[in-house]
Design a protein around this ligand. Structure first.
Ligand code: HAM
Length: 435
């Protein structure tokens, strides 16, 4: 048997409505904040992600899916959404018509990581990216959007962690202080951190292994190296969050796993046993240099991304029901050739009117067709036999009330619609009362 590749998941029919509902909700929230959807290719030119020899992030150095196509082009499956959207912004000059462009995406993302719960090799991200303004209130808006999503889904057990990496001067000064400090302990650093000490010492702060070591407590703090301008930016973010009533925890150890961040960085954790160590459901921050680095204009930017699988695991863990039962409006049991042919014509008419319906294409016995109606959670089961075809009638059974009635075939549609309009079972179909 050929099985799915390691680190990938099938999203089965039983789960898909939950995904679709959450995606619909996310799209609605994004549009409330005036973000517009963008879709970029699943693979990009390899150099988009491998542009910088000094990149220290695991994602870029160890986790990308790189390959050559038949034309010997080096391509990479998208390991995140930010660089591709920046590439599209520059390529289509989207910043010309909209000096402040606000874009979002929901798409597959690929990282060659060690799979575990909440960590896959193919996963989905919902991301937002806002370009063209360095206003700290835009940082606040991104965090607020994330919180609106979490609140709207009913997730309570969340924690926003916030930090600033400051501007270039702040980071350079801090970087030098970190190098000086950690050089004393170089022999004690893990292999990865020895490498980080040369390339990006800030990432040492993020190390799961070394951060538990004693000397860590006295490592220099970014707050002592911030320029006045960087301090002011961060203070405004904090004021803005407080004004919106968004709770956060300042965490000077938060540096994020990607190298492009400047100024504000944040992560949102969902604390639970379900996600274990993979409890960061959302991460983001400012990246004011990336557009310029990728050959575009000197535009500031801020954004974030949610891991959709982690978000959905959290929703399930909290017992939140996003969708009701997947019910079929009508299962039409047909007995005999003539009835089967007529039934196939009728269900097509009903479907065009928004009534979900089905028949048995295996033409099983009456008993087995009833079973199939049950399995499909049909609200109505109707029987069309030889006599009914002759008389132009149909026997309707309401599976909710257990009432049975024989009615004229031409009245079926009206019969079902008027029932659905008066009851809450019409979930997701002729009338959407689900939310
Ligand atoms: P990131 O922190 O690498 O940031 O990923 C964002 C989110 O994607 C994580 O918080 C996590 O929920 C989810 N995620 C990451 N790796 C996996 C995985 N292997 N399996 C399942 N979920 C995963 C970025 O990707 C940045 N591009 C975010 C951003 C946008 N920053 C600015 N704009």
């Amino acid at each position: 048997m050929i099985t799915k590749p390691k680190g990938t998941e099938d999203i089965l029919p039983g789960e898909i409505r939950e995904w679709v509902k959450i995606e619909e909700f996310i799209r609605r929230v994004a549009s409330l904040y005036n973000f517009k959807e963008i879709r970029t290719p699943i693979f990009e030119s390899g150099e988009l992600f491998h542009r910088n020899q000094n990149d220290s992030s695991d994602m870029v150095t160890k986790e990308t899916y790189d390959f050559f196509d038949k034309g010997q082009r080096q391509l990479t499956l998208r390991p995140e959404g930010t660089a591709p959207v920046v590439r599209a912004l520059i390529e289509h000059k989207l910043y010309i018509d909209n000096p402040v462009s606000k874009l979002f995406y929901i798409n597959q993302t690929f990282r060659y990581e060690r799979p575990q719960k909440g960590r896959q090799r193919q996963f989905h991200q919902f991301g937002i990216e806002a370009y063209g303004s360095n206003d700290p209130l835009l940082d606040v808006e991104c965090i607020a959007l994330a919180c609106t999503i979490l609140k709207g889904l009913g997730l309570k057990n969340v924690r926003v962690r916030l930090n600033t990496l400051g501007d270039e001067t702040s980071r350079n000064n801090y970087r030098n202080a970190l190098i000086q400090y950690f050089e004393q302990y170089e022999d004690n650093l893990c292999t990865d951190c020895k490498e980080r000490l040369k390339k990006n010492p800030l990432r040492i702060l993020d190390c799961k292994v070394d951060s538990k070591k004693e000397y860590f407590a006295n490592a220099p703090k970014i707050s002592d190296y911030l320029t006045d301008e960087s301090k002011k930016h961060f203070e405004k973010v904090i004021e803005g969050l407080s004004a919106l009533g968004i709770e956060y925890e300042a965490d000077e150890r938060l540096v994020r796993g990607l190298d492009y961040y400047t100024y504000t960085v944040f992560e949102i954790e969902y604390n639970s046993t379900a996600l274990g160590s993979q409890n960061v459901i959302c991460g983001g921050g400012r990246y004011n240099n990336l557009i310029k680095e990728l050959g575009g204009p000197d535009l500031p930017a801020v954004g974030l991304a949610f891991g959709m699988e982690r978000l959905i695991l959290a929703v399930r863990e909290e017992g939140i029901k996003i969708v009701g039962e997947d019910k079929l409006h009508l299962y039409l049991i047909a007995l005999g050739n003539e009835a089967h042919t007529l039934a196939s014509k009728l269900i097509n008419q009903y479907r065009l009117q928004g009534i979900s319906s089905d028949i048995d294409y295996l033409e099983g016995s009456l008993k087995s067709q009833f079973k199939k109606a049950d399995r499909n959670k049909a609200i109505f089961t109707a029987i069309l036999g030889e006599d009914e075809v002759k008389n132009g009638t149909i026997n309707m059974k309401n599976n909710v009330t257990n009432m049975q009635e024989t009615i004229q075939i031409e009245n079926v549609q009206q019969y079902i619609v008027s029932y659905l309009n008066h009851h809450s079972h019409c979930k997701g179909c002729t009338k959407n009362t689900e939310e």
